[in-house]
Design a binder for this molecule. Structure first.
Ligand code: PMP
Length: 359
């Protein structure tokens, strides 16, 4: 038998495996997980009942076309069904967006630091990453991003609000940027945290997509709708892009449990968005308390806050963990902390204060 292993694509060499936020340690002092931007509320009873009912048929494949959900989304967002595509989480749809646009020799422009899947899925596609540094205020540098677009660029990510900084881009600057990007380059507005935005100057990507055939909007049920574990996200884009996404979908990649729970969540939107309102109120409280403690906190429109800790990021995360709350360090850069339930936020605020005082 030969000792050689199968030839794998050279592009995969050195690609880091996606790192999820750490879970709270079993048997640790407390178990609050503020490391993955999840929704801290348990499923609504009605959504749970729907999911359990759908699970009763799991010997069957799901509806591959996600018909019920597609119709519900079309109604809810006022878009044609032909402009929709669903996938296994919005990260799954993002990967398909690369698959339909980019390959070896092509370039993908994205802000950095931003969602850590962007460089990974770009490299998997074989395309070249063109990361563009955020400004000193931790905001997308849209001028520099437009400058980075070449005739090899096939896709540009705009993350609004940006993960992990929570910062946003506003209507006029985004429109100006889009005017500069050639119309044969796909611009993906990643709006995973859209429902947490309260700044009226931030445009709804769906308004922008209507006027621009090269814009796709990425949304998810993982955050505001609390279905992270069910893996369901969607894109809204004009027909050619949406059709290409439907073509490249993993067959039966969205379970019936996820589809039915998503429909039930859209129907329970008032209650779910009420919970989002409570998290936004907590965000205001947490940011206010941190600033009072002396921290510089970039304005955030998402369900997390960013602390630029630089070289002390890992040390801060360890201190939080010892206090009973798991946060997300980006070594050498900063720490991202999800806004959770009141007690979790309080444990975090105490840990942050103790760290500042050097205790
Ligand atoms: N986009 C951004 C900006 C995110 O932060 C995340 C999740 N961390 C996603 C997309 C993917 O979310 P999901 O696959 O759960 O829809």
């Amino acid at each position: 038998m030969s000792e050689t292993s199968p030839k794998l694509r050279a592009e995969l060499d050195g690609i880091p495996t996606y790192r999820p936020g750490r879970p709270a340690a079993a048997g640790g002092p407390v178990a609050f997980k503020l490391s993955s931007n999840e929704n801290p509320y348990p499923p609504l009873p009605g959504v749970m009942e729907t999911a359990v009912a759908a699970a009763g048929d799991f010997n069957r494949y799901p509806d591959m076309a996600c018909t019920g959900l597609m119709n519900e989304l079309a109604d809810r967002f006022g878009v044609p069904v032909t402009h929709l595509a669903t996938g296994t989480g919005s990260v799954g749809v993002a990967q398909q967006l690369l698959q339909i646009t980019s390959g070896p020799g092509d370039e993908v422009v994205y802000p950095w630091r931003s969602f850590e899947a962007y460089p990974i899925i770009t490299r998997i596609s074989g395309a070249t990453s063109v990361p563009v540094a955020l400004t000193s205020e931790d905001v997308h540098d849209l001028d520099a991003m437009a400058d980075a677009v070449t005739d090899r660029t096939r896709l540009v990510f705009v993350c609004n609000p940006n993960n992990p900084t929570g910062t946003v881009v506003h209507r006029q600057e985004l429109e100006r940027f889009l005017d500069r990007v050639p119309s044969d380059v796909l611009v993906v507005l990643d709006e995973a945290y859209r429902e947490f935005i309260r700044d009226p100057g931030v445009p709804d990507g769906l308004e922008i997509y209507r006027a621009r055939p090269n814009v796709a909007v990425l949304r998810t049920f993982s955050k505001a709708y609390g279905l992270a574990g069910l893996r369901i996200g969607f894109a809204v884009a004009h027909e050619p892009v949406a059709a290409a996404l439907r073509k490249t979908a993993v067959p039966f990649g969205v379970s019936q449990v996820a589809q039915d729970a998503a429909v039930a969540s859209l129907r329970a939107e008032d209650e779910l968005l009420g919970r989002v309102g409570a998290l936004v109120a907590e965000r205001t409280r947490v940011c206010g308390a941190l600033r009072k403690q002396g921290w510089t906190v970039p304005p955030t429109e998402a369900n997390f806050v960013w602390l630029r800790l630089g070289e002390r990021a890992a040390e801060f995360a360890a201190a939080c963990e010892a206090a009973g709350v798991v946060v997300r360090p980006f070594p050498g850069e900063g720490v991202r902390v999800t806004i959770g339930e009141y007690e979790a936020n309080d444990v975090f605020l105490h840990a942050a204060e103790a760290f500042r005082r050097g205790r």
